[in-house]
Ligand binder design. Structure first.
Ligand SMILES: Cc1cc2nc3c(=O)[nH]c(=O)nc-3n(C[C@H](O)[C@H](O)[C@H](O)COP(=O)(O)OP(=O)(O)OC[C@H]3O[C@@H](n4cnc5c(N)ncnc54)[C@H](O)[C@@H]3O)c2cc1C
Length: 371
């Protein structure tokens, strides 16, 4: 008999398991995948840590979370500075003075602000009726046409004129020379990969892989006083109220016989003709932009395609619309009636959590449970 059965060896499950063990509880962790680390799993290919379920950049303003997670990994100085490729023209992201200089030749922040204002005025949109009008009314026509339109249409699979304006309430425009995508105090990638970081969290804890809790639920329930469940909440209830929807991404990985493909971790393809939304070159998460990475003769890239999600596909981003929100609320009511099961994490709470938020949420739960 264990004090806690933890379903899911992702970040939520691993943090809870670590803290429970530290508090003297007996813990068993199971995961239906063949590996630990959930969606932050990194796999070594040609000496490079490949982010198998999508590129993950750790960034946070939460000092408590940063102090906590850096006990389990050293973080490098990676700063997310994506590049936009529009038909071979390269622009800095997020929109900043480098972007405006390349777009219009403007040199000072004042000139850039005037140019944006001039284009907004010329468009004459007072009440935006769709995403296209909203974007133009915020940043003008040139940035919209070259850097927003194609990318957004590929992401959503629909023309911007058919997308609601509320999707982009505001667009960050920086009148400084700053290519750092995140406004976070702490940022980086764990040296050695996320899998090693999660393995450190799970050090000394019994973990069983390739075990689906829902297939042997009664057996597993009988083994523990309490269950921390980080799988999908609708799956737990056998989808009896319906299926919660997700947005999906498809990754096409390729190992190339060259040391450097694009010179940056992320390049967004912002034209509509290129079918992928972006290309990730994994080695640049680890080695920074210095020469070191060139010691490796090969490189691994992932092309990302937005794809429609259907039941059975890998669930990525919860869809935060009214329909799914209401369905989740009904499942949550059922979950609250489960006597010994606690639902947590991005699938258990049907919530888009960044890594820092999921760690904070697991630590909160530990305080409630283990005090
Ligand atoms: C494409 C993508 C990119 C992202 N990029 C970033 C980023 O750059 N920065 C950032 O901060 N965050 C990012 N995130 C968010 C990050 O992935 C999550 O915050 C984090 O992985 C959530 O951890 P979790 O433990 O809740 O869930 P998960 O990692 O999904 O772990 C849940 C685990 O439960 C297991 N499981 C489910 N059902 C069962 C079952 N029945 N039996 C046994 N095991 C089961 C699963 O196999 C899985 O291993 C990204 C997310 C996505 C989708």
């Amino acid at each position: 008999m264990y004090d806690y059965l933890i379903v899911g060896a992702g970040l939520y499950g691993a943090v809870f398991a670590h803290e429970a063990k530290k508090a003297g509880k007996s813990v068993l962790v199971i995961d239906k995948r063949p590996n630990i680390a959930g969606n932050v799993y990194t796999e070594k290919v040609e000496g490079i840590n490949v982010h198998k379920y999508g590129a993950h950049i750790f960034h946070t303003n939460n000092k408590k979370v940063w102090n906590y997670i850096t006990q389990f990994a050293e973080f490098n100085r990676f700063t997310n500075s994506p590049v936009a490729n529009y038909h071979g023209e390269l622009y800095s992201l997020p929109f900043n003075m480098y972007t405006f200089n390349k777009m219009w030749g403007v040199v000072t922040p004042e000139e850039a602000a005037d140019k944006i204002e001039e284009q907004r005025k010329a468009a004459g949109i007072t009440e935006p009726k769709n995403l296209e009008e909203q974007a133009i009314s915020l940043v003008g026509t040139d940035i919209y046409e070259k850097l927003i339109k194609g990318y957004t249409e590929k992401q959503w699979g629909r023309p911007c004129t058919e997308l609601p304006s509320f999707i982009i309430k505001r667009l960050p425009v920086r009148l400084t020379f700053d290519n750092n995508y995140f406004n976070a105090l702490y940022q980086g990638i764990p040296v050695g990969g996320y899998t090693k970081m999660v393995a450190n969290l799970l050090d000394g804890i019994e973990v069983r892989l390739n075990e689906d809790y829902l297939e042997k639920k009664a057996e597993y329930d009988a083994m523990a006083e309490k269950v921390i469940y980080t799988g999908a909440i609708d799956a737990y209830f056998d989808y009896k109220l319906g299926t919660l929807e997700y947005r999906s991404v498809r990754f096409e990985n390729e190992t190339l016989d060259k040391p450097n493909f694009q010179g940056n971790a992320a390049v967004n393809y912002t034209d509509v003709e290129t079918p992928w939304t972006r290309i990730i070159e994994h080695k640049w998460f680890e080695f920074g932009k210095d020469e070191e990475g060139n010691d490796l003769p090969k490189t691994v890239i992932s092309r990302e395609y937005s794809s429609e999600w259907k039941p059975g596909d890998e669930p990525y981003y919860p869809v935060n619309d009214e329909k799914n929100g209401q369905l989740y609320a009904q499942y949550k009511e059922l979950a609250e009636k489960e006597p010994k099961v606690i639902f947590g994490g991005r699938l258990g709470e049907y919530k888009y959590y960044d890594m820092d938020a999921v760690i904070a949420s697991a630590l909160d739960m530990c305080e409630k449970q283990l005090a």
